[in-house]
Design a binder for this molecule. Structure first.
Ligand SMILES: Cc1cc2nc3c(=O)[nH]c(=O)nc-3n(C[C@H](O)[C@H](O)[C@H](O)COP(=O)(O)OP(=O)(O)OC[C@H]3O[C@@H](n4cnc5c(N)ncnc54)[C@H](O)[C@@H]3O)c2cc1C
Length: 181
């Protein structure tokens, strides 16, 4: 993805790969806001500028920008990387920090390969929170992976259960993230 922002050259609006915004969708110029694919907004996990050009982020950012342009004080929780793809009928998804973090930073992960269904599942944890996930060939309940990542629900005993059997992510979601909500 490459935002079409060349026309802003010389405007004074801070840009790198996209228009830099803060969590209120403010650009570096007072009273000018930006949202959607053109932005590099603070990442959900990193807080650093990220270009996550997907519709859910565009919608969230547009709502926050509009609210704040009208005098509100809305704040984004951060832009989250999400991909859902259909490749010749094989569905793949990824959420958040799917690549994980080093063990020295509290990282741990589990991978499951299921050749019978062309299936693959990877869960990545930081301490007892799911920070990222990748699936191939899984279509049931994959939204629960996003829910676990986005709510940052402490998994408690469910972390060990998921490390032993990552297919239990829906049960983990019901017992932790949804229960907390
Ligand atoms: C092929 C494709 C598949 C995608 N699939 C998915 C998907 O499955 N899931 C998902 O979440 N996201 C998907 N996306 C991304 C999603 O479409 C975008 O994240 C979303 O449309 C971003 O909304 P936006 O309003 O920020 O930008 P846009 O929808 O790009 O709207 C920007 C508008 O600004 C106009 N514009 C540009 N320059 C100027 C200018 N100088 N002056 C005036 N107007 C201008 C453009 O013509 C356009 O109408 C896909 C995108 C593509 C291209």
């Amino acid at each position: 993805m490459r935002p079409n922002i060349e026309f802003l050259a010389g405007s004074g609006i801070g840009m790198e790969r996209g228009i830099r915004v803060d969590n209120a969708m403010r650009t570096s110029v007072a009273d000018i806001y930006a949202a959607g694919d053109v932005t590099e907004a603070p990442g959900f996990h990193t807080g650093q500028p990220e270009l996550n050009a997907i519709q859910p982020n565009a919608v969230d950012q547009a709502r926050i920008a509009a609210h704040n342009m009208a005098g509100g004080a809305a704040v984004s929780g951060g832009s989250l990387a999400i991909n859902v793809l259909d490749t010749l009928g094989l569905i793949s998804t990824s959420f958040g920090q799917w690549q994980g973090v080093p063990a020295a930073e509290g990282g741990a992960g589990v991978e499951l390969v299921d050749p019978a269904r062309n299936g693959y599942l990877s869960l990545q944890f930081k301490d007892d929170v799911l920070i990222g996930a990748t699936s191939i060939g899984w279509t049931e309940h994959v939204g629960a992976l996003r829910g676990l990542v986005q709510t940052q629900a402490p998994l408690g005993p469910w972390k060990e259960r998921l490390l032993a059997d990552p297919t239990q992510f829906m049960a983990a979601y019901l017992a932790t993230a949804q229960k907390a909500a």
